[in-house]
Design a protein around this ligand. Sequence first.
Ligand SMILES: [Zn+2]
Length: 484
Amino acid sequence: MKIIPLSIPTPFYVGDVNVYLIKEDPLTLIDVGPKTPEAAAALRDKLARNGVQFSDVRRIVLTHAHEDHCGLAKQVRDEAKNAEILVHDWETGHLFGRLAHEDHRNLMLRSGVPEQAFNEMQDLYANISLLTDSLADGDFRPLNDEMELEFESGSLRVLHTPGHTPGSCSFVREADRTIICGDCVLKRITPNPILAPDPIDPTKRFRSLAEYLVSLAKIREFKPTLAPDGHAVAFASDRWNGRLDIWVQPLKNDTPDGLALRLTDHPGLANYPAYSPDGRWIAYSRVEGDRRSIWIIPTRGGMPAQITEGPAARFHPSWSPDGSRVAFGAQDGGTYQVQFVPVAEGRRAGPLTTVVSGPKLSVSPAWSPDGSELAYVSAGEIWRVGVDGARDPRRITPGARIERVRWNRVSGRLFASGFWGGDRVTIRAVDLTTGATVPLPFAAILGQTDTNVDFDMSGNEQLLVFDREALRGAIWVLESKPRP
Ligand SMILES: [Zn+2]
């Protein structure tokens, strides 16, 4: 599915608005721009450059009913004759210049806005409302949360993301994790979750800010890890209820296959999932109050089991290649450790071993393919240490501001995410002896802060997963080298 962005001018200080053309059956526009001669001409012209006329449009989908997004809907629809207009029900209260004056007025006055100020606002709005045409109730079809907009070659999933307006919707293309989010997320300014009447009970206030935060949470996910067979990716997401849980997304040919399933369901947050080498278990870090402990849950669902206890915070679980041990980073007061416990059948099977202990934060342990060593990151450097504790840890990199390491079980190569002296987080292969690094053969930019640094790679090095901060955390799957 090719989504073509068209930039349309608005008379507002904010500048251009994005309209999206999806040029396949049914030919669809997402938003249309304000009703000004300039915007109409720009839309006509930019569509023409893509071989499209207003009369070709079959479907107009609106992210929300603000004038700069919906103004030309009626004009395009009328020229296109049979085009249908889709918008969320909760937008219709103030849709197309039909601001619910009484509801708004009552709410504002009750909230303490002086009558004169409200009248001035209304005058201001009178001008803005000229930037759209009115449509009657029967003129549009409602958009609903989780509804699919079907196209010839795929679909867009509707995500109700209220906040900017009560009926704001975003559109997700699962296949490549593209999202069109209207004004839900704006680049340099606040998306203004401001006062509006509740669409269900207009005598009440719509909880714009709270709803908006939930909307943002809906579209945040990170810390991906690949199943050993490459047929699923587990990740942390707060897409449900705003609480961070572990989710599993089945993959087929490196693209999502079916719905993601939520694996964890308990108080507190779940984060940093790690697949066992046989793919039967996922270890993760659970945060409950000020406790951070390591748990294991069956990949197919079931009861999780706690494998670390006590006040120390434990995080970044990592399985030994034979699946018999889980290592993790730990913090106990001002002391930091790399530790592991033996496990069997998803449960703890013996006493805890401390491999490294010191005053500096040590994170992201990764087992060597033979299970005799751990690599980890401390103070931005990669270190390696034997798990028997017979020798002191050795530093293997010079200063490079490294964040996470993964030691490939199959190829034996060590990969790390870090800044490498630049201002972006990328992944490199690291020589285990010299610390010399080799960039991946393509650019995978994880982020520009130390919040987007987690990644995983399949054993054959063909599949790389990472979370990237673009509009929000989304999980990306890239092929790291051509398949044989
Ligand atoms: Zn808007």
